[in-house]
Unconditional design. Structure first.
Length: 447
């Protein structure tokens, strides 16, 4: 009787799954052959499910098996598509309202490793000196190899005031180091500004939040009052945020009707175009935008739009390359699906995802010299990246390679090579413009 019940259940699952596939594929428009092939593969799945339920050494929960299968299926797509159980989905809804404790760190999965996109300015992760590109190899002593993005986020978040220890493996260093952070309610000041002298006004956007465009508008008004005649927009280590704010920020610097960004997906309703709608009252001053590997998502939309329309000189290093759109879809049992449904493209049709924005002028920050790793040391490092503990062995002499953890300096031309170069370009632009040269020619001359 139990076997008959299981058989009826699995047959019913095949029918339901096939109907779902028909809905997501837009009906039978892709041809019956593809649908029949999918149905055959689902039969294999139900056979395996039945065999596991009948023969596995321990009793298994059907719901957990199916949830696990769905998670595995989505993991084969990309790091940003994921399945959320009812509890995880409810947690995600609470988190988006801001009532959670966190570290202020934007993460992604890159090469199957949990990787820092950028710390958010003024947060615990920023104060601890976490860098873009850092690999988080452990959370509370547990390896993160093959951990889903949602699971990693849940482990890093927690009640305000609670502690979490993460192990960081940094480029050019052999051994990971532990950092213990105290979770806080993350309330980030999105826009900061500063007069740099010589008529140059500096604005930094730390992340794209609900009030970013309004805060930026006030900063630009302050620039006008100070009689500034050149502008630096700093998007370095800005992990992104809200799409509508990226559009609104770009709108302030472009002409009405100019395309800002567009999305392209498999379904027609995912093909969207966003254009500048308002004629900005802010003067079109010479402008440099600073970017680096921690500039992602919304930051890349702004940099790409201003670059394509030749509105600003983009300076720094190549951006992160996170240019995909995730749609959250509630499911019937209270669970949720986060699915990548489209990709972002710049006005000239360049894909942001995986490629990033290449600056007009590449300026690398100086890095401390790293001692080359021996073959044994390199092997030990690879073991860590694979989520394994290196076997006990002497791993070279690490004397003199201590970890310096300190807060990033912001808007200090004496210590910031990229900012220095941006100021030089703006000064050269003004000189050459007086002699009739275009801003583009001035930038090229100063590079």
């Amino acid at each position: 009787m139990r076997s008959e019940s299981r058989t009826r259940w699995t047959k019913g699952f095949v029918v339901v799954a096939t109907l779902v596939l028909l809905i997501f594929s837009g009906g039978v428009q892709h041809g019956t052959t593809a649908i029949e092939d999918t149905y055959e593969k689902l039969k294999v799945f139900t056979e395996i499910l039945s065999l596991v339920q009948s023969n596995y050494v321990d009793d298994v929960n059907s719901k957990e098996l199916i949830y696990g299968a769905v998670k595995g299926m989505l993991e084969t797509l990309d790091p940003h598509s994921s399945f959320m159980s009812p509890d995880a989905f409810r947690e995600m809804q609470v988190e988006t309202q801001g009532s959670f404790g966190g570290l202020g760190i934007e993460i992604t999965v890159k090469d199957r490793m949990l990787t820092v996109v950028a710390p958010i300015e003024g947060t615990p992760a920023d104060r601890a000196g976490i860098h873009p590109g850092d690999r988080i190899v452990k959370i509370e002593g547990q390896f993160t190899k093959d951990l889903t993005l949602m699971d990693a986020v849940r482990r890093l978040r927690g009640p305000k005031g609670s502690k979490v220890t993460i192990s960081i493996l940094r480029e050019g260093q052999l051994e990971p180091f532990d950092v213990t952070l105290v979770r806080e309610v993350i309330e980030v000041k999105s826009v900061r500004q500063k007069e740099l002298g010589d008529g140059i006004f500096y604005i930094r956007i730390a992340s794209f939040q609900e009030r970013t465009s309004k805060d930026l508008e006030r900063a630009l008004e302050q620039a006008q009052k100070s009689n500034s005649n050149a502008l630096i927009l700093d998007l370095r280590n800005d992990p992104g945020g809200l799409l509508n704010q990226a559009v609104a920020v770009s709108d302030m610097f472009l002409d009405k009707g100019q395309l800002i960004v567009y999305t392209r997906g498999r379904q027609k309703d995912q093909d969207l175009r966003f254009t500048a709608e308002h004629a900005s009252g802010f003067p079109k001053l010479p402008m440099v935008v600073l970017v680096n590997g921690g500039s992602a998502s919304a930051s890349e939309i702004v940099a790409g739009a201003l670059q394509d329309w030749k509105r600003a000189v983009i300076l720094g290093t190549k951006t992160f390359g996170k240019g995909s759109v995730q749609t959250v879809i509630p499911l019937s049992d209270g669970s949720g699906l986060r699915l990548t449904t489209a990709k972002y493209f710049t006005p000239k049709g360049r894909s942001i995802h995986g490629s990033g924005i290449v600056p007009d002028i590449v300026v690398e920050l100086p890095r401390p010299e790293a001692k080359p790793l021996t073959p044994a040391e390199q092997q030990a490092r690879e073991q860590l990246l694979q989520g394994k503990s290196p076997r006990d062995q002497k791993i070279g002499d690490q004397e003199g390679e201590g970890i310096e953890i300190g807060r990033r300096e912001v808007a200090d031309p004496q210590k910031d090579v990229q900012l220095q170069r941006a100021m030089e370009i703006l000064k050269a632009t003004r000189i050459l413009e007086k002699n009739g040269a275009s801003p583009a020619a001035a930038a090229k001359a100063s590079s």
